[in-house]
Design a protein. Structure first.
Length: 75
């Protein structure tokens, strides 16, 4: 029972990471957080940071997915 709850929690975190990656992406997202921080003055810096955050969140989601697969193989 506890394992199922943990697995659902990891899947929820993974979906959240993908949604954050979409949100921070400068082309398809809105990335309002970067505007809130003050990067709206330097558009190119906002784009670069938006892309880097987007890639980071996608990599975290992929890492979570591989860790779930690795745990499945061990059990």
């Amino acid at each position: 029972m506890m394992r199922k709850i943990k697995k659902i929690g990891w899947i929820f975190i993974e979906i959240l990471m993908i949604l954050l990656a979409i949100d921070f992406n400068p082309i398809i997202g809105t990335y309002p957080y970067l505007k809130f921080i003050g990067f709206y003055k330097y558009i190119w810096m906002g784009y670069i940071i938006g892309w880097l955050l987007s890639i980071f969140f996608i990599l975290v989601a992929v890492y979570i997915q591989f860790s779930i697969i690795k745990r499945k193989r061990k059990v």
